[in-house]
Ligand binder design. Structure first.
Ligand code: H53
Length: 830
C-alpha cells in the first residue's frame, strides 16, 4: 500500500464526519483555540480573545465546507464564475457566519459561559472595508448570493493592507486616518503561500520570429503575488463561496548583496516597492484618479487572477476549445479590463495559439458590467504610461483595436469620424486607452445595473457600439442586495415578524415570500408590532448617535436619512439647503405653531474622496448648519441635524433599519442604480427620490403612489442645463432666502461656503439643484403630511416592505446565470 492511499482513506473518513453542533462540543472547540491558538485561559480571556477564540471555531467549519464545495464542483466539472472586482466591501463576518451556520443561539450561550455578551463580541470585529461604496458592496452581496444559490462562483480581488480610510470629523471637517484593519488577527482569511504567481512590469518588447507570436517581453521587473482565501458563509445550503484576494509577496526581493555590504535599509528597498502595490485602496468612488500606481494595482490583480483561472482550467485536462464552457469572467466595471489583454497575451505568447483562436476564447469568456455614465468615472489610461508599464499589453490593445476597426469598416461602411468615435484609442494628446471600449469589444455581453441605466447607456455613451454589435449584446441586470445581511441580520425584530408570517425562515433565501406580509396589513396587532419594531430600531440608532456624536435625538421624531458617498450628483447639498429652508420656516413660527410641526431628525453620513474639494466642503457645511440648528433654543427637538462620522457597512446595519424616510435624490440619469434604496425599503422605510436608477423599478413594484418622487426626468436634463447657462429663470424665492441666510453669516464665514452657492444655481449648477429645489420642498411637505397620519404611514410602510421581492441579489445572480453566464446551480449535498 502506498502511504498516500492509507492517508487518503483515513482522511476521507475524517472529513466525512459531521462537525458536532451541540453547545458542549462548541465550547470545547473554543477552549481549544483559546489555549492552543491564542495561549489564553478563561481567567485571562478579554473580549477580543473571546471573539477570536469563537471566530476560529467558525472558521474551521467554513474551511471544511469550502473544501467540500470545491471537491463537489471539481467532481462534476462545473463551470466557474470568476467575479473580478477591485473592491469587496465585506464589512463584518462574525454574525453573518453564525446565522448562516444556524448556530447563533449556541454561540450566544457559549459566549455567556465565557462571561461575555455575544453582542459585545460582535463589536470587537473590524470591518473588512476593501471598497468605497455601492460597487464594492454589490460585489460582496453577489458573492453571498452565488454561494447561497449554489453557483460555483468565486470573487477575485486585492488584499489591501489599508482599506477605506477612517473618517473623523474635526471642527466639522473630514479628516482621514488610515484603516489599519490588519493589526488584529483576521479569523476570516487564510493564507495560501503555495498559490502564487509572477507578475511582470516594465521592460521592452523584442521581435523574436522564432516564437509563435513573434514577440517576447524582456527585461521586465517581476513580483510574486500570493493568494489569501476568504470563505463566504452561505445560508440554507452547505455550499460556501470564496473571495480570493491577492497580496504582494516580498520574501524574494531581499537584496543580499546590499545586505552583505552593510546597506540594511537599501537591502529592503525592493520589498517596500512591492509592498506598496497592495498597500492602499484608492478612496475614489465614481472618480478616476489616473495614477500610475493604480494602473499597476489593476494589472497585478488581473494578471494573478487570469493565471489562476488558467491553472485551474488546465487541471481539468480539457482542450482550450472548451475553456468558455468551464470559465465565465465577469468584469465589475472597467477596473479589471486589462484581463482581456492579459488572457489574449498568455494564449498567443505563451500557449502558442493563433490570434483568432485566442480572441474567440477571450470574447466567449468575458462579460462586462458598466456602473456609471459619469465622464469623470470612465477610465482612460494615457498610452505613454501604459506603454512604459505594460509594453506588450499596449501592443496587443492596438492590435485588438486594429482588427476591430477593420471589422467595422467591412460590415458597416463608415466615415473616419465614426471610426475615431468608437476607436479604443482616443486621438487626444497624449493618446488614451478607453477602457470601457476595450471591455465592450472583448466581451460577449455588456450589462447596465438598472433598467433606466441600461437604456441610457445604449442610447448615449455606447450607442455607436449598439450599431456595430447589435442590440442583443447589451442587456440589463438590475442590482439587488442580500436579504441575509440587510434584513435577517441587521433587523432581528422585523426578521421575527416575517418568520412568523411566512411560517418558517425560508424567506431568507426566497425573499419574494415577504409578500405574505401584505395579507396582514389590516391586522391591528401586526400593525402595532410593525410600528414597535421601527421604534426599537430608531432607539438603537438614537443611542448610536449619542455615542458617536454626543447629540441627543428623540426617537419619536421622523428619522429622515441620507447616507451614501458624498458626491455632487447625489445632491446632499440640496438636502442641506432644504434643511435651512425648514429652519427658516420654523424660526418664523410661534412656539405653539412650531410644536405642531412634524419633529424631524435629519441624518447624514458618508465619506468624500480625499481630494474632492466640493464634497469635503459639503461635509463641513452640513456640520456648520447642524451646529446652529441643534443649539437653537427656539427649535429644541423640532429639528435636529446629525452627521454620523465614519460611515461603513457595520454602521449601515444600525442606520438602515431605523429610517422612516430615506433620500435618494440624484439628478435624473446620474445614479446608475443605487442599492441602499432597496435596503431601506425592505426594512419598512419609505423613499423620497428622483426618477433615477433603481428608484424607478422600486416604484413599479411597490406602486407609484407609495413613494415620494419629484424632479425633472433624465431626458430633460440636457435642456435644463442649457437653459441654466443661456436662459436662466429667476431664482426660486425659497432658494434665494436660503442663500440670504447663508450670506448673513449665521453658519460661519459666508465666503467659505460661497462655492456651494455658486454650484447650486445658474451656470455652475451642473446637477440642477436650483431646478429641482421647489419640487423637492413640495415632496418634503407631502412627507410631513403623511407622517401626521400615522395609520396611513404604517400601511404604506408595510406595503412597501412586502413588495420588495425583486430586489434580492439572489434574483440578480439568477439573471446573470441565465442571461450571461449560462450556468446551472448545484448543491453540495445533492
Ligand atoms: O455602483 C453601484 C450602483 C451605483 C453606482 C456605483 C458605482 C461605484 O460605487 C463606483 C464606481 C462606479 O462606476 C459606480 O454609482 O449607482 O448602484 C452598484 O452598481
Amino acid at each position: 500500500t502506498k502511504r498516500s492511499d492509507v492517508s487518503n482513506s483515513e482522511y476521507a473518513k475524517f472529513v466525512s464526519q459531521e462537525v458536532p453542533r451541540d453547545e458542549v462540543s462548541i465550547l470545547n472547540s473554543v477552549f481549544s483555540h483559546l489555549a492552543y491558538t491564542f495561549h489564553k485561559n478563561p481567567s485571562n480571556t478579554e473580549a477580543m480573545d473571546a471573539y477570536n477564540g469563537i471566530a476560529f471555531t467558525i472558521r474551521d467549519r467554513l474551511l471544511k465546507r469550502l473544501e467540500d464545495t470545491d471537491s463537489h464542483f471539481i467532481s462534476i466539472n462545473a463551470k466557474r464564475i470568476n467575479y473580478m472586482s477591485m473592491e469587496f466591501l465585506i464589512g463584518r463576518t462574525f454574525d453573518n457566519a453564525m446565522l448562516a451556520l444556524g448556530l447563533r443561539k449556541e454561540y450566544s450561550a457559549v459566549s455567556n459561559t465565557l462571561g461575555f455578551n455575544l453582542e459585545d463580541l460582535i463589536d470587537e470585529e473590524r470591518d473588512a472595508a476593501l471598497g468605497n461604496g455601492g460597487l464594492g458592496r454589490l460585489a460582496a452581496c453577489f458573492v453571498d448570493s452565488m454561494a447561497c444559490c449554489n453557483y460555483n462562483g468565486w470573487g477575485y480581488g486585492l488584499r489591501y493592507r489599508y482599506g477605506m480610510f477612517q473618517q473623523q470629523i474635526i471642527n466639522g471637517y473630514q479628516v482621514e486616518a488610515p484603516d489599519c484593519w490588519m493589526d488584529n488577527p483576521n479569523p476570516w482569511e487564510f493564507p495560501r503561500p503555495e498559490i502564487s504567481y509572477k507578475v511582470k512590469f516594465y521592460g521592452n518588447i523584442a521581435k523574436t520570429p522564432s516564437t509563435s507570436s513573434g514577440y517576447t517581453w524582456e527585461n521586465a521587473v517581476e513580483y510574486d503575488v500570493m493568494a489569501f482565501d476568504t470563505p463566504v458563509p452561505a445560508f440554507g445550503t452547505k455550499n460556501v463561496g470564496n473571495i480570493r484576494l491577492w497580496s504582494c509577496k516580498t520574501n524574494d526581493l531581499f537584496d543580499l548583496n546590499r545586505f552583505n555590504a552593510g546597506d540594511y535599509p537599501g537591502a529592503t528597498g525592493n520589498m517596500v516597492a512591492a509592498d506598496i502595490l497592495t498597500y492602499v485602496l484608492y478612496p475614489n468612488d465614481n472618480q478616476n484618479a489616473g495614477k500610475e500606481l493604480r494602473l499597476k494595482q489593476e494589472y497585478m490583480f488581473v494578471s494573478a487572477t487570469i493565471q489562476d483561472i488558467i491553472h485551474r482550467f488546465k487541471l481539468t485536462g480539457k482542450p482550450w476549445s472548451e475553456f468558455h464552457e468551464l470559465v465565465a469572467i465577469q468584469l465589475n466595471d472597467t477596473h479589471p479590463t486589462l484581463g482581456i489583454a492579459e488572457l489574449q497575451r498568455i494564449l498567443v505568447d505563451e500557449e502558442a495559439m493563433s490570434w483568432d483562436a485566442a480572441w474567440d476564447i477571450v470574447t466567449k469568456s468575458f462579460a462586462f458590467t458598466n456602473h456609471t455614465i459619469l465622464p469623470e468615472a470612465l477610465e482612460k489610461w494615457p498610452v505613454p504610461m501604459m506603454g512604459k508599464i505594460l509594453p506588450r499589453h499596449l501592443g496587443i490593445i492596438f492590435d485588438i483595436n486594429l482588427f476591430f476597426l477593420q471589422h467595422v469598416e467591412k460590415s458597416i461602411p463608415s466615415e473616419r469620424e465614426f471610426l475615431s468615435r468608437i476607436s479604443i484609442i482616443e486621438e487626444s494628446s497624449p493618446q488614451q486607452v478607453r477602457m470601457a471600449y476595450l471591455a465592450i469589444v472583448g466581451s460577449h455581453r455588456v450589462n447596465g445595473v438598472a433598467q433606466i441605466h441600461s437604456d441610457i447607456i445604449k442610447a448615449t455613451i455606447f450607442s455607436e457600439f449598439v450599431k456595430v454589435f447589435g442590440s442583443d449584446k447589451f442587456v440589463n441586470v438590475t442590482n439587488g442586495v442580500t436579504t441575509r445581511r440587510w434584513v435577517n441580520q441587521c433587523n432581528p425584530g422585523l426578521s421575527a415578524l416575517i418568520t412568523e408570517t411566512v411560517g418558517d425562515e425560508s424567506w431568507v433565501d426566497d425573499y419574494p415570500k415577504a409578500h405574505l406580509l401584505e395579507s396582514r396589513v389590516n391586522d391591528e396587532d401586526f400593525r402595532k408590532r410593525w410600528w414597535d419594531v421601527k421604534q426599537a430600531n430608531k432607539l438603537r440608532l438614537a443611542t448610536y448617535i449619542k455615542d458617536t456624536c454626543g447629540i441627543t435625538v428623540n426617537h419619536d421624531a421622523l428619522f429622515d436619512i441620507q447616507v451614501k458617498r458624498i458626491h455632487e450628483y447625489k445632491r446632499q447639498l440640496m438636502n442641506i439647503l432644504g434643511v435651512i429652508h425648514r429652519y427658516n420656516t420654523l424660526k418664523k413660527m410661534t412656539p405653539e405653531q412650531r410644536q405642531d410641526q412634524v419633529h424631524r431628525v435629519i441624518i447624514f453620513a458618508g465619506k468624500s474622496a480625499s481630494g474632492y474639494y466640493i464634497a469635503k466642503l459639503i461635509i463641513k457645511f452640513i456640520n456648520s448648519v447642524a451646529d446652529v440648528v441643534n443649539n437653537d433654543k427656539d427649535i429644541g427637538d423640532v429639528l435636529k441635524v446629525v452627521f454620523i462620522p465614519d460611515y461603513c457597512v457595520s454602521a449601515a446595519e444600525v442606520i438602515v433599519p431605523a429610517s422612516d424616510i430615506s433620500q435618494h435624490i440624484s439628478t435624473a440619469g446620474t445614479e446608475a442604480s443605487g442599492t441602499s434604496n432597496m435596503k431601506f425599503v425592505m426594512n419598512g422605510g419609505l423613499i423620497l427620490g428622483t426618477v433615477d436608477g433603481a428608484n424607478v423599478e422600486i416604484a413599479e413594484e411597490v406602486g407609484d403612489d407609495q413613494i415620494f418622487m419629484f424632479g425633472v426626468l433624465a431626458h430633460e436634463v440636457d435642456e435644463f442645463r442649457f437653459n441654466l447657462r443661456y436662459h436662466p429663470d429667476p431664482l426660486d424665492a425659497n432658494l434665494q432666502a436660503v442663500y440670504d441666510t447663508i450670506k448673513s453669516g449665521v453658519f460661519g464665514n459666508p465666503d467659505e461656503f460661497n462655492p456651494l452657492v455658486e454650484c447650486s444655481h445658474g451656470p455652475g449648477d451642473n446637477y440642477l439643484v436650483s431646478v429641482d429645489f421647489a419640487s423637492y420642498l413640495m415632496a418634503q411637505d407631502a412627507v410631513d403630511a403623511l407622517y401626521k397620519d400615522r395609520e396611513s404611514w404604517i400601511t404604506k410602510s408595510i406595503l412597501c416592505g412586502s413588495r420588495m421581492g425583486k430586489f434580492t441579489s439572489d434574483r440578480s445572480i439568477t439573471d446573470y446565470a441565465e442571461n450571461i453566464w449560462n450556468i446551472e446551480p448545484s448543491a453540495v449535498d445533492a
